[in-house]
Design a protein around this ligand. Structure first.
Ligand SMILES: C[S@@+](CC[C@H](N)C(=O)[O-])C[C@H]1O[C@@H](n2cnc3c(N)ncnc32)[C@H](O)[C@@H]1O
Length: 155
């Protein structure tokens, strides 16, 4: 069962150009992220699958004082993130998976952007059910958007 998609070499080097071209309004959406989480307090954020650090950059440079941890399993993506974010001391970057983080460490907000579509439907279905949702009726996947339809189980 595939759970990790490693981005390496040109796929990592060319990621920023690729994503700008193929994800409509990518930067517009990224720019609005800090506003979406404005009420989080304290402002401790976990960015899962942080890639080259694009969403982290928006939080790191926002006038509000965020403390951000980014984690990603692709070493080449983390290298680019480190370079992009080297001037921000409110950012910690980790190469790995969320299972590598201490279960005792708590965050007040988390993002997982453009990552879920790499996890196979069968595994996503299991995760949703473990989280208390019905088995998804249908998955929607295209090269740009993905999603699913389900509902919270009756107690
Ligand atoms: C399309 S990029 C998205 C990067 C960034 N979140 C963004 O929005 O630009 C997908 C990232 O997910 C990471 N990834 C792949 N499988 C993962 C997993 N199982 N858990 C966490 N991250 C994963 C990849 O290494 C890659 O950097």
């Amino acid at each position: 069962m595939k759970k990790i998609e490693i981005f390496e070499n040109e796929r990592a080097t060319g990621y920023d150009q690729f994503v700008e071209k193929w994800i409509p309004n990518y930067h517009y959406f990224m720019d609005h992220l800090p506003n979406l989480l404005i009420e989080t307090n304290p402002k401790e954020l976990l960015v899962v699958g942080c890639g080259t650090g694009n969403e982290i950059l928006r939080f790191a440079r926002s006038p509000v004082d965020w403390k951000i941890t980014g984690i990603d399993p692709s070493p080449d993506m983390i290298v680019h993130a480190r370079e992009k974010l080297k001037d921000y001391n409110n950012v910690e970057l980790i190469e790995g998976l969320i299972t590598d983080l201490s279960a005792d460490k708590k965050y007040n907000a988390a993002t997982l952007l453009l990552v879920l579509h790499f996890i196979e439907n069968e595994r996503l279905s299991e995760l949703l059910q473990e989280a208390g949702f019905e088995k998804p009726l249908r998955f929607f996947q295209s090269s740009i958007y993905m999603g699913w339809i389900t509902q919270k189980r009756e107690c």
